[in-house]
Design a binder for this molecule. Structure first.
Ligand SMILES: [Zn+2]
Length: 105
């Protein structure tokens, strides 16, 4: 399994789909599916069945995962959407911005 270059807490920009151009925070990474869940984006309505009789079913909005290929990390140093390269410094895996070479935390 390849470790995703995006991790929880990153700010990303969506490149494709209905939320294209929007920026938000990654709240979950699903490496097996090559998808990420982004706060408040790609929302879909999910129908929740009533758990007890007499209750009404509800529609709740959740953020559906979107493919990793459709998002780009925003570099904190240059504020640009960028590709991330993985480098090793003294055996420590680092992510660096391909635009400005800053290390991305
Ligand atoms: Zn940068």
């Amino acid at each position: 399994m390849i470790t995703p270059k995006i991790k929880t807490g990153d700010t990303v920009r969506v490149l494709r789909g209905k939320d294209a151009g929007k920026k938000a925070k990654v709240v979950a990474v699903l490496p097996q599916e090559d998808r990420v869940v982004i706060e408040g984006l790609n929302t879909v309505f999910k129908h929740v069945k009533p758990r007890q009789s007499g209750q009404k079913g509800q529609r709740v909005s959740i953020s559906a995962p979107i493919p990793l290929a459709n998002v780009q990390v925003i570099c904190a140093a240059c504020k640009k959407g960028t590709k991330v390269s993985i480098t090793r410094e003294n055996g420590v895996r680092q992510r660096t911005c391909k635009q400005c070479n800053a290390v991305i935390e």
